[in-house]
Design a protein around this ligand. Structure first.
Ligand code: IFM
Length: 439
């Protein structure tokens, strides 16, 4: 069976600044909350840090050549706020801005469409010292940072994402404490949910005020929350879980208000909302990015894990590609959405370098293939998916897991910084070239 994609389908790969750049304190870059967090003993597996990571800051030209050799049509990356504004606001660090300028020019020179994300978790520590995302002044600083970047790059970068996975920022960083800045406080976490949304809205306005022709969107991490059976008790628990978590962002962004379930889940931790905030948040968007890796299954007793008979990745995430199709159909039916890009999807597996130097990562290749097919099905169902970005171009710093999880379609040897294209990368390159997936 052959699944053919539309000629304009944008095949890409994604990364994020802190996970690949390194050069954490070079050329005037300021400290980020992830620098501070990873330098704090006990926070990251094996004491790893992003100080060097994939050394992309120094090797970006080679990495762009690699992208070209793979035939990527688009590259999704993030800019490091403290690299361009070391204090979060105020004096601009020109070498930092110049780095992104050169990166964008290198991409365009080989016809790779840059997809720029303004915030992939590395808040300037200087702003954290003033309360970070809990403090509303950070929202205004973010809009100013967005404006600065658009003024410099908006003549060449067409696609602008405000936030990557605001739910992870709010909850993993401020409720569970596994991510920077490491808070464990529901009141802070829920206020940050709201402040991130306000910052998103302000940034969309700021970007459009400078250039109304740009494509502006946000990226949400959405996993379908599914019942283990048709039994009404299982369905009710799965539905409640969906409403408590997924609607927190989807409702205000696409319906202009919080879902009643989100209020109920927040309880006494419901954030302070100022007049005009909901309208500010619900700006019309040009695209929605979906980061999807798995699903969560529920029965009447709660989450079912592990799911009997299912395959799991190294992250402990169930492999269940059909859930992506169901998810896309669900959100497409329930919200009036702009075009969708799958902005992240991929899998961490233990890779072995074979005696011939090759990496036969059959499980990752199969994971990607199954997800491409389900995206194709969803498009046939009527969901407007315009592109797909594999996570990740390179093995990289997987946050609290450090370098212990490898998601790349290209292996990185962290001792030598050698890059080796895995079988999945070579296969992906053929998919892009033919614009087809063969089953
Ligand atoms: O590595 C992360 C990425 O930064 C955000 N989305 C999920 C990926 C895998 O955990």
């Amino acid at each position: 069976m052959t699944y053919e994609f539309p000629p304009s389908f944008l095949w890409g790969a994604a990364t994020a600044a802190y996970q690949i750049e390194g050069a954490w304190n070079e050329d005037g870059k300021g400290e980020s909350i992830w620098d501070r967090f990873s330098h704090t003993p006990g926070k990251i597996t094996d004491g790893d840090t992003g100080d060097i990571a994939c050394d992309h800051y120094h090797r970006f030209q080679d990495d762009v050549s690699l992208m070209r050799s793979l035939g990527l049509k688009a590259y999704r990356f993030s800019t490091s706020w403290p690299r361009v504004l070391p204090g979060g606001r105020g004096p601009v660090n020109l070498p930092g801005l110049d780095f992104y300028d050169r990166l964008v020019d290198s991409l365009l020179a080989v016809n790779i469409e840059p997809f720029l994300t303004l915030y992939h978790w590395d808040l300037p520590q200087a702003l954290q010292d003033e309360g970070g995302w809990e403090n509303r002044t950070t929202c205004y600083a973010f809009a100013d940072y967005a404006a600065l970047m658009v003024k410099r790059l908006g003549d060449r970068v067409k696609y602008w994402t405000t936030f990557n996975e605001p739910g992870v920022v709010a909850f993993d960083g401020n409720l569970y404490g596994q991510h920077a800045p490491g808070n464990k406080d529901p009141k802070i976490a829920y206020q940050i949910v709201h402040n991130l949304l306000v910052a998103h809205g302000l940034a969309v306005q700021a970007i459009r005020a400078i250039n109304s022709n740009l494509q502006v969107g946000i990226v949400l991490d959405i996993w379908n929350q599914e019942p283990a059976s048709d039994a009404p008790e299982d369905v009710a628990v799965a539905e409640q879980a969906w409403q408590n978590y997924q609607t927190i962002f989807l409702h205000p962004l696409f319906r202009g208000h919080y879902h009643a379930a989100a209020y109920a889940a927040a309880g006494e931790n419901m954030p302070k909302i100022q007049d005009g905030d909901l309208a500010r948040i619900a700006q019309k968007l040009d695209y929605l990015g979906i980061n999807n890796y798995s699903r969560i299954l529920y029965n009447a007793q709660g989450q079912v894990a592990p799911v009997p008979g299912s395959e799991y990745t190294e992250m402990g995430w169930e492999v269940c590609a059909p859930a992506l199709r169901r998810l896309l159909n669900r959100i497409n039916q329930e919200y009036r959405l702009p075009p969708i890009y799958i902005t992240e999807n991929g899998a961490a597996f233990k890779d072995e370098v074979g005696p011939n130097g090759k990496i036969h990562d059959a499980r990752r290749l199969d994971y990607l293939k199954q997800h491409f097919i389900q995206v194709h099905h969803a498009m046939q169902d009527g969901v407007d998916v315009r592109g797909y970005f594999v996570w990740s171009l390179l093995d990289n710093f997987e946050w609290a897991h450090g370098f212990s999880k490898r998601f790349g379609i290209v292996r990185v040897d962290y001792e030598t910084q050698e890059r080796i294209v895995k079988d999945s990368g070579e296969w992906y390159s053929r998919v892009i070239k033919s614009n087809c997936v063969e089953e």
